[in-house]
Design a protein around this ligand. Structure first.
Ligand code: ZN
Length: 334
């Protein structure tokens, strides 16, 4: 490649190299793996449109990741997933007709707009709701196409994660999204060591407040720190689980269900899988790093051995010890 170098004041060869780049954007410092075009002769930076384009994309991607905002590719994924156009999608969401188009063109959505889109990414429930609320606003053809996709999609209850989530909500009566995530995590961990395989195919990620199953997070995020209020048909849910599975979940509820979300958070923060997965990250640094199943297996196996667990009921002893370890000392003032 050959171009004019201002420093050498003549046409020179140049090469494109990878360079970690840092820049300020919307008041945030963003680090990303960028590229730089350099003159082969003097090493000074040379303008190259493709490089500039590449860096803009990288920066945009990193910024969205930092701010937990939806990526452009994910918006495309939604359009494909539901076989819907950008305008009808905008209308279904109750937005201006061209809003989604603008987002696809690179405009960065607000957190609230982004979260509404993300809900569509992780399950058909939200799309079903939008279609029943706003379906009359889009063309019958567009509506039919989405309905066809929804009909072909597996029911929400075919995923084991979904079933166990509903079972926990139904059984615990009073459970916050934070606590729910932790109980799912313990179900997964102890299932791996007692049954030699994970209960859910979905991986959980080592977020700031502990292990999180992403799909479940977006399903219940509207509840915030409040309890999840949902009518659950327990008959239907119980049919989707084996006796052995129910035994495990009941034992997790018995051992951990009595603790608040923040106590459970402290518990998972004291365990190796979360700590190791977040190795090198700041306390409040966002991460979507999945917690490795082998690592979970290893750690929960050590617990199984240490506490000589033979049946699911033996998990209780561990939870009591763990609570002793993480509880804050109570001080009484006179
Ligand atoms: Zn030069």
């Amino acid at each position: 490649m050959n171009t004019y170098c201002e420093i050498c004041d003549e046409f020179k060869d140049y090469e494109i190299v990878n360079e970690e780049t840092e820049c300020e954007f919307n008041g945030k410092t963003i680090k990303y793996d960028g590229k730089v075009a350099r003159c082969s002769e003097c090493g000074s930076e040379i303008y190259d449109e493709e490089v500039l384009d590449y860096n803009m994309k990288q920066m945009d991607h990193m910024y969205r990741e930092m701010m937990d905002l939806i990526q452009i590719e994910e918006i495309c994924e939604i359009l494909q997933k539901y076989n819907i156009g950008k305008r009808p999608l905008s209308v279904l969401l109750g937005w201006g007709e061209v809003t989604v188009t603008r987002f696809l063109d690179g405009m960065i959505p607000s957190k609230s707009y982004s979260d509404q889109l993300k809900q569509l990414l992780y399950g058909p429930k939200q799309m079903r709701r939008l279609l029943s609320e706003n379906g009359r606003l889009i063309s019958p053809v567009a509506k039919k196409k989405v309905q066809k996709v929804l009909a072909e999609m597996k029911s929400d209850l075919t995923s084991k994660l979904e079933v166990v989530t509903k079972y926990l909500i139904g059984k615990c009566v009073d459970i916050t999204p934070l606590a729910l995530q932790k109980l799912l995590y313990y179900v997964q961990g102890f299932h791996i060591v007692f049954q030699n395989e994970p209960m859910f195919e979905e991986e959980c990620e080592a977020w700031v407040h502990g292990p999180v199953f992403r799909k479940v997070y977006f399903e219940y995020r509207d509840c915030g720190y409040r309890s999840i209020l949902q009518d659950i048909d327990m008959n239907e849910i119980e049919k989707a689980l084996t006796e052995r599975e129910k035994e495990l979940i009941d034992s997790i509820i018995g051992s951990f269900g009595c603790y608040s979300g923040s106590v459970l958070e402290a518990m998972t923060h004291s365990e190796i899988p979360w700590i190791e997965t977040r190795n090198g990250l700041e306390r409040d640094e966002k991460s979507d790093q999945p917690i490795d199943l082998a690592l979970m297996g290893l750690c929960f196996n050590q617990l199984k051995e240490k506490y000589q667990m033979v049946s699911y009921l033996d998990i209780a002893e561990y939870s009591i010890d763990l609570f002793e370890k993480v509880k804050r000392p109570i001080s009484f003032s006179k």
